[in-house]
Design a protein around this ligand. Structure first.
Ligand code: TEU
Length: 587
C-alpha cells in the first residue's frame, strides 16, 4: 500500500446516511401525473419503485412548497403548504410512506435564508415600520449621492445580476435580498424570526416523518449587519461582489448549533446536508461538519460545480477553459479533508444548479456520450463520503443543444446575466458580452439540469401528457429510461451495477483513504482508495484519445473489478475509459 495514504478511522457512530446513495429530484421536471405539464408528487410516488431498483437509498426532493416560482420554489410563500401544481401535504405524507415501506428515506430542501415576498411574514414586515415583524427582515434607509439621487444602503451585487436592495415606496426604505427581489432575506439575528423558522419550516415536516434536509445557502444566515460597502473590484459598475458580507458571518455557527439543539437533535439521527459556498479552508468546513460541532452532517462544496465558470461573480457565466488538474485538486481536497477527523463529506458532480456532467466533464458527442457517462460513474462510486446522484444522471442526460435560443432558458439567474449583458451591449460598455454570456449559458446554465426527465420515446418522453413547462431535449428518443432498462450495456444498467459494487466494497469506496497518483497528468485521473491493507485503483481517461496507463505496474496483484470497455488494453486507456482494480488480499 502507498506509504502516503492515511487511514480514515470514522469516529462516532456509523450513521445511516454515511453509506446512503441520495438521489435529487427536481419536482417540476421529474414526472407529471395529471397532464398539466408540471412534475408532481403523485408522479414521483409512481417512480419510487424505479428509484429503488436503481439502488437509491434516499430521495432528496427539491422545494415543493407553495411559491410564486420566481426561483422555481426557492422562494417559499408558505413552508406548511405544498405548491398546488405539485400536490398536497397529504401527498408528501404518502411519499414518506412510499419511501419508508421500501426501506428508503426522504429528505426535503430547507430554504430558510429568505422567503418569498409573498410570504405572510414579509407581507406583515413591509406593511409598516412599526410592525412587530419589521425586524424579521433587513430594512435600511436610502443614501443619496452628491446630486441628491437616491442610492441603496450598500453597493452589493446579488447572485442574480443586480443590487441586493430593493426600494419599498410604502415605507420609504430598502430591503435586502441576496437573490431575486422576490426573495427577501430573513433576519436571523432576530430570535422570534428564528423560532418561527424552526417551527414552520423544520419541525412541521419532521413531524410528518421526513428524515432530514438539504440546507440551502447554509452559511449565509449571519450577515455583517453594519453593512459596510464592498471594495470596488469592478470599476465599470456601481454594484460590487460582496459575498464576504454574508458568507460565514459572525454568528453562523451559533445559529446552526441552536437549530441542531432545538429542532433537529430531538428527532434523532436526522441528516442535514448544507450547501456551503465560498469556504475554501477545510479547517473552517470542519467547524460545520465535525460530529462534535453538532451543526451539520455534511456539506456540498460547490467548487466542482464552478469548474469552467468565470473567476468572478459578474463573470460566472463567461466560460473559462479548465484543465483536469483543477478538478483533481478539488476532488483531492474534499476527499481527504476528513481523514483523521469526526467529519464527513459528500461526493457529487451534478445538481439543479449546474450543467450536465457528461457535457461539462466528458463529451456529449454521440460516439462518446455513453462512455463518458460510465467513466464519470466510476469516478463517483469510488469516492469517499455520501454519494449524490441528480435526476437523469443515471441515464446520461446531457446539456440542451447549443443552438437553443435564449427563450428556451427559463432560469432567473441565467436570464438575469443575459439581460444585464444586453444592457451593457446597448450602452456600448461591452459589445461582445451578450455573445460570451450566451456561449457560457450553453455550457453552464442551471437550465441544463432542469429539462424534463426522459422516461421513454413517447411524446414528451413520457414526462407529461400535456404541454411541458420546459422544452424536452431533442434526443429524448435516444436517451430514456425505458430504452436503457432493457439494455445490458446501457448507462442505467451500468449505474445499477456500480452502485451495488460501491456497497459491496464500502470499506474502500465509501470509507477508504483517497490518494491521487497522477496529479500533473492533464488527460487521465488515477487514484487509489485504501483501508486496512486493502486497495482499489481507479483509472480514468478524460479524453477522446488513447492515453498511456502509467499505473499498470501497480495492478500486478489486483483484479479488474469493472470497466466501461469489454476489451481493455493493458498499457493504454481507451477514449473515456474508466477502470477499477481491487487488491485480492492485504497489500
Ligand atoms: O443556491 C445557492 C447559490 O448561491 C447558487 O447561485 C449557487 O451558488 C450556484 O448556482 C451554484 O453553482 C441555492 C439553490 O441551490 C439555488 O437553486 C437557489 O437559486 C438559491 O440557493 C437561492 O435559494
Amino acid at each position: 500500500m502507498s506509504p502516503h495514504a492515511v487511514q480514515i478511522v470514522p469516529t462516532g457512530t456509523n450513521n445511516w446516511w454515511k453509506e446512503a446513495t441520495i438521489y435529487q429530484v427536481y419536482p417540476a421536471s421529474f414526472k407529471d401525473s395529471n397532464g398539466d405539464g408540471w412534475g408532481d408528487i403523485p408522479g414521483l410516488i409512481s417512480k419510487i419503485p424505479y428509484l429503488h431498483s436503481l439502488g437509491v437509498d434516499v430521495v432528496w426532493l427539491s422545494p415543493m412548497y407553495d411559491s410564486p416560482m420566481h426561483d422555481m420554489g426557492y422562494d417559499v410563500s408558505d413552508y406548511e403548504k405544498v405548491l398546488p401544481a405539485y400536490g398536497t401535504v397529504e401527498d408528501v405524507e404518502k411519499l414518506v410512506h412510499a419511501c419508508h415501506e421500501r426501506g428508503m428515506k426522504l429528505i426535503l430542501d430547507l430554504v430558510i435564508n429568505h422567503t418569498s415576498d409573498q410570504h405572510k411574514w414579509f407581507q406583515e414586515s413591509r406593511s409598516s415600520k412599526d410592525n412587530d415583524k419589521r425586524d424579521w427582515y433587513f430594512w435600511r434607509p436610502p443614501r443619496y449621492d452628491a446630486y441628491g439621487n437616491r442610492l441603496p444602503p450598500t453597493n452589493y451585487r446579488g447572485y442574480f445580476a443586480g443590487s441586493t436592495w430593493t426600494w419599498d415606496e410604502h415605507t420609504q426604505e430598502y430591503y435586502l435580498h441576496l437573490y431575486a427581489k422576490e426573495q427577501p432575506d430573513l433576519n436571523w439575528d432576530n430570535p422570534a424570526a428564528r423560532k418561527a423558522i424552526y417551527d414552520s419550516a423544520v419541525r412541521f415536516w419532521l413531524d410528518k416523518g421526513v428524515d432530514g434536509f438539504r440546507v440551502d445557502t447554509v452559511n449565509k444566515y449571519s450577515k455583517h449587519t453594519s453593512f459596510p460597502d464592498a471594495p470596488i473590484t469592478d470599476p465599470k459598475s456601481y454594484i460590487q461582489p460582496a459575498i464576504q458580507m454574508w458568507c460565514n458571518g459572525p454568528r453562523i455557527h451559533e445559529f446552526l448549533r441552536e437549530m441542531y439543539d432545538e429542532t433537529l437533535q430531538p428527532y434523532g439521527d436526522v441528516v442535514t446536508i448544507g450547501e456551503l459556498a465560498n469556504t475554501p479552508d477545510p479547517q473552517h468546513v470542519l467547524k460545520y461538519v465535525s460530529a462534535s460541532a453538532k451543526q451539520l452532517s455534511m456539506v456540498f462544496h460547490l467548487d466542482i460545480g464552478h469548474i469552467g465558470m468565470g473567476d468572478s461573480l459578474e463573470d460566472k457565466y463567461i466560460f473559462r477553459p479548465w484543465k483536469l488538474t483543477e478538478m483533481k485538486s478539488i476532488v483531492t481536497k474534499w476527499q481527504s479533508f476528513i481523514e483523521g477527523t469526526d467529519g464527513w463529506t459528500t461526493a457529487f458532480c451534478e445538481n439543479h444548479d449546474n450543467g450536465r456532467s457528461v457535457s461539462r466533464f466528458g463529451s456529449d458527442a454521440p460516439e462518446y456520450r455513453e462512455r463518458s457517462a460510465k467513466m464519470l460513474a466510476l469516478m463517483m462510486v469510488a469516492m469517499t463520503g455520501t454519494l449524490f446522484l441528480y435526476q437523469g444522471q443515471e441515464i446520461g442526460m446531457i446539456n440542451a443543444p447549443r443552438d437553443w435560443p435564449v427563450d428556451e432558458y427559463k432560469d432567473i439567474e441565467g436570464r438575469g446575466y443575459y439581460e444585464e449583458a444586453q444592457r451593457q451591449v446597448d450602452a456600448g460598455i461591452d459589445p461582445t458580452r451578450k455573445d460570451r454570456i450566451m456561449n457560457g449559458l450553453g455550457i453552464l446554465a442551471r437550465d441544463h439540469a432542469r429539462l424534463p426527465m426522459q422516461w421513454d420515446d413517447t411524446p414528451h418522453a413520457g414526462f407529461t401528457t400535456g404541454t411541458p413547462w420546459m422544452r424536452l431535449h431533442d434526443l429524448y428518443k435516444e436517451i430514456n429510461v425505458q430504452q436503457q432498462e432493457s439494455d445490458a450495456d446501457s448507462v442505467l444498467t451500468f449505474w445499477k451495477t456500480v452502485l451495488r459494487l460501491r456497497k459491496e466494497y464500502r470499506e474502500l469506496f465509501i470509507h477508504g483513504a483517497f490518494e491521487i497518483l497522477d496529479f500533473d497528468n492533464q488527460n487521465t485521473f488515477c487514484f487509489i482508495k485504501s483501508r486496512e491493507g486493502r486497495m482499489a485503483l481507479v483509472a480514468l481517461n478524460f479524453t477522446s484519445e488513447e492515453q498511456p496507463f502509467t499505473q499498470v505496474a501497480m495492478t500486478g496483484k489486483m483484479k479488474l473489478l469493472v470497466s466501461n470497455y469489454t476489451d481493455t488494453l493493458s498499457e493504454e486507456l481507451q477514449p473515456f475509459e474508466g477502470r477499477i482494480y481491487i487488491s485480492e488480499e492485504q497489500i
